[in-house]
Structure formats: structure tokens, C-alpha cells
Design a protein around this ligand. Structure first.
Ligand code: NAP
Length: 283
């Protein structure tokens, strides 16, 4: 039976460490500050942004939630971001995804200064990740590799299979694993014989968005399974991951639960990168 990769407990430890770091930074006259931009009133986004604000404040940081109307123009959003870029008291800026359809999300995300892109998804930050010079990495991918590292799971030389190639998750997690010297295979909806590819993996990262899509029987004995998916399924009282957990845990050496695995690490990484950004201003 697999050991659990307990993201909830680890995120709690990380937040406690950050609270102490924030206290030390404040003593030096710097209070880490994150500005979160929410455009429109998408219910899930309203919940996520308020969770982010509360988590910041619990660690002693300042968090501004900038709520903008659904029909705001591209230029108005970009002006607000440029003003935040120029404000020395702001260390991190994040735009909640998704933005309303009439806006160009990539253009908006890429207006965030690379020095304050604590969500790590601007074109410049992604470019830096490819170059291996990124200060900030997309939070869910960073949460995944941090979870592996904190559990002392070897990555170097391992066969890692990432299922999913989105800009916020699949691609950056593949790059982060490559950076740590894994041999990485990226799979997607056109991949053939996915079951056979997964069977060869020492580390499996599922980032698909389809409940229990990865079957337990595909998992090699002793493999490490990281399930980034969370899916609402009618008739089930809790969210379901992309991996068939009960069968997979019979084969895996380590596995993330859903919920309580990857999810809690994402906000912890957002806080951590905001504190890092504040520290960088002291140099
Ligand atoms: P996404 O943008 O929809 O990407 C899904 C990826 O899965 C795509 O690359 C797609 O391939 C691939 N895919 C779809 N069907 C497939 C199939 N039959 N076989 C193999 N690959 C297939 O989703 P996302 O934003 O990356 O999110 C993925 C999951 O992670 C979702 O459940 C989401 O809720 C969760 N998530 C969790 C967190 C967190 O904090 N825990 C954060 C973000 C997302 P193509 O590119 O070929 O279409």
C-alpha cells in the first residue's frame, strides 16, 4: 500500500515557516504584499481569490484583492497592472485565471513585470523556466516538485511521465522535472498507447481534468503518483482526481490524495514566491 504525499500537512508547515520569515522581513521594514486581480464574478474564482487573500493575511502579509468589472477593457486592465508594476510596496501580482472571453489573457498575464510575476505564467517567466533561470515558477508545478523534494523522492535519472500539456500545469511541470534531471515524456489527448507509456514511469503526474482517467492497473509497482486533477462528479461527496486512487495506491510507493495533495501546495507556493520577491528587494 502506498505512502501518502500529504500536501495539506506540508503546506501547513510551509505557511508556518513563511510566517516567521515575514516577521523577520517586517523587522527590516518590508511587509510582503500580494495584489490579486479578479475580473468579473466567476464563482470559483471569487472563492480562490478570497482563499489567497486570507492565506496571505494569516502569514502576516498584505494582500489586496482588486475586483474589476466583467466588461473592463484590455487597456484598462493593463494600465492597472502597469501601475502595480511601478509600485515599490507591491512584491507580487497575480491575475486570476480565467479572465472574461473578450480579453486577451496571455497579453494581460505578460504585462505583469517578471520581477513580480509570483504566479510564474507570463511569457517572460515561462521563457526563463525554459532557460533554467526562472525566479518564479507557475505555482501548481512548483508545488508538485516541492512535494516530491520535501518527501526526498529522487527525481534525477527517473522516467517521469506527465499527462497534460497546459501552459499553467503540464508544460511547466515537465520543464521543472527536466530541470531536476528527470527523463520526461509529455502525453496529451493524441498520445497513443498511454497505458504502456505510464507503465514505464517511475513518476507519473496526471494533469488532465478527467475523473479517474488514469487506471490503477497502468501504474508500475513502486512508482510515485502525483494527481493534480480535481473534478466534481455528480453523486460523489468529494472532488475526484484524474487517477483511480484506490487501485493505484495498491501499486504506487507514494501517491497524492485528492483533496489534500497537490491543491493545498498551490497557495503555499504563491505565498512563498511573494515572500521570495520581497526578499529580493533587500538585495
Ligand atoms: P487543461 O488546460 O484542460 O489541459 C488538460 C490536458 O489534458 C491537455 O493538455 C489535454 O491534451 C490533456 N488530455 C485531455 N484528454 C486527454 C486524454 N484522453 N489523454 C491524454 N491527455 C488528455 O487542464 P489544466 O488546467 O492543465 O488542469 C488539469 C487538471 O488539473 C484539472 O483537473 C484542473 O482542475 C487541475 N488543476 C489543479 C490545480 C491545483 O491547484 N491543484 C491547478 C490547476 C489545475 P490536449 O492538449 O491534447 O488537449
Amino acid at each position: 500500500m502506498a505512502n501518502l504525499l500529504d500536501g495539506k500537512a506540508l503546506a501547513k508547515d510551509i505557511r508556518a515557516r513563511l510566517t516567521e520569515e515575514v516577521r523577520q522581513l517586517k523587522a527590516k521594514g518590508v511587509t510582503p504584499r500580494l495584489s490579486v486581480i479578479l475580473i468579473g464574478r466567476d464563482p470559483a474564482s471569487v472563492t480562490y481569490t478570497s482563499m489567497k487573500k486570507k492565506a496571505c493575511e494569516k502569514c502576516g502579509m498584505i494582500s489586496d484583492l482588486i475586483e474589476l468589472p466583467e466588461d473592463i477593457s484590455q487597456e484598462e486592465v493593463k494600465k492597472i497592472i502597469r501601475d502595480l508594476n511601478a509600485d515599490d510596496s507591491v512584491h507580487g501580482i497575480m491575475v486570476q485565471h480565467p479572465v472574461p472571453r473578450h480579453l486577451d489573457e496571455l497579453d494581460i498575464l505578460s504585462t505583469v513585470s517578471v520581477k513580480k510575476d509570483v504566479d510564474g505564467i507570463s511569457a517572460a517567466s515561462l521563457g526563463n523556466l525554459v532557460l533554467g533561470t526562472a525566479d518564479f515558477v507557475s505555482c501548481t508545478p512548483l508545488g508538485i516538485v516541492t512535494l516530491l523534494e520535501e518527501y526526498n523522492i529522487p527525481i534525477e535519472g527517473k522516467n517521469a511521465v506527465v499527462i497534460g500539456r497546459s501552459i499553467i500545469l503540464g508544460k511547466p511541470v515537465a520543464l521543472a522535472l527536466l530541470e531536476r534531471n528527470a527523463t520526461v515524456t509529455i502525453c496529451h489527448s493524441r498520445t497513443k498507447e498511454l497505458d504502456k507509456i505510464v507503465k514505464g514511469a517511475d513518476i507519473v503526474v496526471a494533469a488532465i481534468g478527467k475523473p479517474e482517467f488514469v487506471k490503477g492497473s497502468w501504474i508500475k509497482d513502486g512508482a510515485v503518483v502525483v494527481d493534480a486533477g480535481y473534478n466534481k462528479v455528480e453523486g460523489r461527496d468529494k472532488d475526484v482526481g484524474d487517477v483511480e486512487f484506490e487501485e493505484a495506491e495498491k501499486h504506487a510507493s507514494y501517491i497524492t490524495p485528492v483533496p489534500g495533495g497537490v491543491g493545498p501546495m498551490t497557495i503555499a507556493m504563491l505565498l512563498s514566491q511573494t515572500v521570495k520577491s520581497a526578499k529580493l528587494t533587500l538585495k
